[in-house]
Design a binder for this molecule. Structure first.
Ligand code: FAD
Length: 307
């Protein structure tokens, strides 16, 4: 992993840095670029705009590593309100939700997280949409896959996420490339040590392509989450090689990242889903976006000193 990236991800855990970043006026510009706003109304407005442009959406209510059951319950209530609202606004057929299990209690008690995710999946079904479980730090992968397996007994459409930076991912891709499965493949946004993770970008990319081949050869619905132009070109070739028709897989990108590319792919008939975060608790998400690209950090620092 790039040393600057490791440094930012490590600094993200410091309370002092959190205080500086959240109090800084410079943060607002970065927030506006990557986050749809604080309220459900803000999220719905953004979703409406993206859907009008022919895009699909996965909405994420910001929050992670919840430290109490009450906080976890607030996260559940936010999702229930969101799902209800998406249905009322007629947006649920093109919009699903992404859920971080740590936001609904995974670090407190796996059973609590399962019960909470269960309620969110039940509401998603009632409101004619689906849920994808985001993948977080590597020490949560086993528990996330266990919760996923429980949920998929009732709702086979619950989506999983695999991170190609993890050495275990090829095995997980083979296990998940089953009929009805929905699997988002990404590179991985967290820091991890070399016993569990590939350290070089080249190996992360190779692992991505290997897992993509496995998912495309299987019977599930692969969701390729990347902005990497080289990978997108390669995936374009791979989907054809495997005889996949448009609509039997999708591309996914983050809100605020390569919006022109999102529209270009959609105009070519591809299904493109934009991951849209909203809510007040933006710090962790923002730090991962800064770590991904030094230019984002420069943008942030410029905004900081120009105020
Ligand atoms: P990179 O090599 O990082 O980037 C390729 C190019 O894309 C860059 O050169 C730049 O032009 C552009 N780019 C990439 N990131 C940014 C950015 N932040 N700002 C501006 N430009 C950028 N990670 C997880 O660990 N768990 C998840 O559940 C998860 N879900 C995701 C869902 C979606 C829809 C997407 C798109 C990503 C998700 N990620 C998740 C993040 C992912 O793991 C990567 O950290 C992130 O996508 C950057 O990797 P990349 O494939 O775009 O390639």
């Amino acid at each position: 992993m790039n040393p600057l990236r490791s440094l930012i991800l490590a600094a993200a855990g410091s309370d002092a840095i959190r205080r500086v970043v959240t109090a800084s006026p410079g943060t607002r510009g970065v927030v506006e670029r990557f986050i749809a706003g604080e309220t459900v109304a803000d999220a719905v407005t953004t979703v409406g705009r993206l859907v009008d442009d022919g895009l699909y959406v996965s909405l994420d209510h910001l929050g992670e590593n919840t430290t109490g059951a009450r906080q976890a319950e607030r996260a559940v209530q936010a999702y229930l309100e969101l799902l209800d609202r998406l249905h009322t606004e007629g947006l649920s057929t093109r919009t699903e939700v992404s859920l971080k299990l740590s936001a609904v209690g995974l670090r407190l008690d796996e059973k609590l997280a399962l019960d909470n995710a269960w309620r969110i999946c039940a509401a998603a079904e009632q409101n004619a949409t689906t849920v994808t479980l985001d993948m977080e730090e590597h020490d949560t992968v086993e528990a996330t896959l266990r919760v996923l397996a429980e949920l998929r007994h009732t709702w086979p459409w619950v989506g999983a996420v695999l991170q190609s930076y993890l050495k275990r991912t090829q095995g997980d891709a083979a296990a998940l490339a089953a009929p009805d499965s929905r699997v988002r493949l990404c590179k991985g946004a967290y820091a991890a040590t070399s016993d569990v993770a590939h350290r070089s970008g080249h190996h992360v990319d190779l692992s991505y392509v290997r897992a993509a081949n496995t998912l495309l050869a299987g019977d599930g619905y692969p969701m390729f989450a990347t902005h990497d132009p080289r990978l997108i070109t390669l995936l374009h070739e791979r989907v054809r090689w495997y005889g996949r028709k448009q609509g039997s897989y999708e591309y996914q990108m983050l809100y605020g990242v390569r919006p022109d590319e999102q529209r270009r792919l959609a105009a070519e008939g591809e299904t493109v889903r934009v991951y849209v975060p909203f809510g007040a608790n933006s710090y962790g998400y923002l730090m991962r976006r800064l770590a991904e690209r030094p230019a984002n950090l420069a943008f942030f620092l410029r905004a900081l000193v120009s105020r």
